[in-house]
Design a protein around this ligand. Structure first.
Ligand SMILES: CC(C)(COP(=O)(O)OP(=O)(O)OC[C@H]1O[C@@H](n2cnc3c(N)ncnc32)[C@H](O)[C@@H]1OP(=O)(O)O)[C@@H](O)C(=O)NCCC(=O)NCCS
Length: 291
């Protein structure tokens, strides 16, 4: 695609028919970018990228768009609308059509959508080694909030003294949502309810009280807790983490050190960026790859 051709790029709502093409583009974009910088791809193969986009394109909770040039799909983007904070991504553009303005159009459309829906803010997680996405998001108004370390491995110690972990149940929702409200200023009730239904959510308890929860110990999961101890118990309870890893805020050095001492290794650096509402979290937390 030539630079003049990108002016003809049209953004439209994604449909299920777009899943296979967009999944391949998503895989190609990340595998090429990450290989160039010496990092493993975020997805093991095109099927994994297709699976993620399939769940988003098929869900009423996500606003998903594709970019088309002369009838050919050249990229896609999604907006998670399950919370008052909208989560952006994954955004990918066909490697042959990058750096020509398609990504900016795909971002602008989802940002307009978040504003139209009165979202309190929008957030995303960016591959820290990627100059282009950092520049694009910063120029669109996203602020850098938190350096993250994506960590993976098998925790050596599977228990943390004084803290028990069990699967979350629907009856835990109020306590978990209240915790999120205290730590972040908003809850992720819909996402957590879905995670409980899917049996991926866990809670940490101390003295019979819920002091932490994780929607999943996974790239696409988030966790919120009163203290590092609660978060450590949640992390330790996992055999491994689905996807590239969990996202540890690197400035929480005590937690990062504990992860490293417990057999986990850093896969790649990432950055949490936000627009609109952002309260410095009043507790311990792990964002998902969306926010
Ligand atoms: C990130 C991605 C979606 C951006 O899409 P794109 O179509 O390539 O980007 P665009 O051309 O719309 O915008 C890039 C902007 O960054 C600017 N830019 C690129 N490199 C830059 C640099 N090193 N310094 C400053 N600005 C830079 C460009 O000039 C352009 O700015 P402009 O819109 O003001 O002209 C695309 O490159 C991609 O798919 N990358 C691989 C997957 C990925 O990283 N996804 C995002 C995960 S966080």
């Amino acid at each position: 695609m030539s630079s003049s051709a990108q002016t003809g790029v049209v953004i439209r709502a994604a449909t299920r028919d777009d899943i296979t093409v967009c999944g391949q583009i998503c895989y190609d974009a990340f595998s090429k970018l990450n290989a160039k910088h010496g990092f493993p791809c975020d997805f093991p193969g095109p099927e994994a990228a297709t699976g993620v986009l399939s769940s988003m394109f098929s869900s009423p909770d996500f606003y998903c768009v594709v970019a088309e040039n002369a009838g050919r799909i050249v990229g896609s983007n999604c907006l998670d609308e399950r919370s008052t904070i909208a989560g952006v991504g994954p955004i990918t553009v066909d490697p042959g059509a990058q750096d020509l303005g398609v990504g900016r159009k795909l971002m602008q459309v989802v940002m307009d959508r978040a504003i139209a829906r009165d979202a309190a803010g929008a957030r995303l997680v960016q591959a820290a080694f990627h100059n282009r996405s950092l520049s694009l998001y910063a120029s669109l108004g996203f602020d850098v909030r938190e350096p993250l370390s994506c960590v993976q491995g098998q925790p050596r110690d599977r228990n943390v003294v004084g803290c028990t972990v069990r699967p979350a149940q629907a009856s835990d929702l109020d306590a978990c949502n209240g915790l999120s409200l205290r730590v972040h200023g908003f809850d992720r009730a819909t996402e957590l309810a879905q995670a409980i239904q899917q049996n991926t959510a866990k809670v940490a308890e101390r003295a019979g009280r819920i002091t932490g929860y994780a929607s999943a110990l996974a790239f696409f999961g988030h966790a919120t807790a009163e203290s590092n101890q609660d978060l450590q118990a949640l992390i330790a309870s996992a055999e491994s983490f689905i996807g590239p890893g969990i996202l540890v805020p690197s400035r929480n050095t005590a937690l990062l050190r504990w992860c490293l001492a417990n057999g986990l290794h850093v896969v790649q650096p990432m950055t949490l960026m936000s627009m609109g509402l952002y309260n410095e979290p009043a507790g311990a937390w792990l964002p998902s790859i969306l926010f």
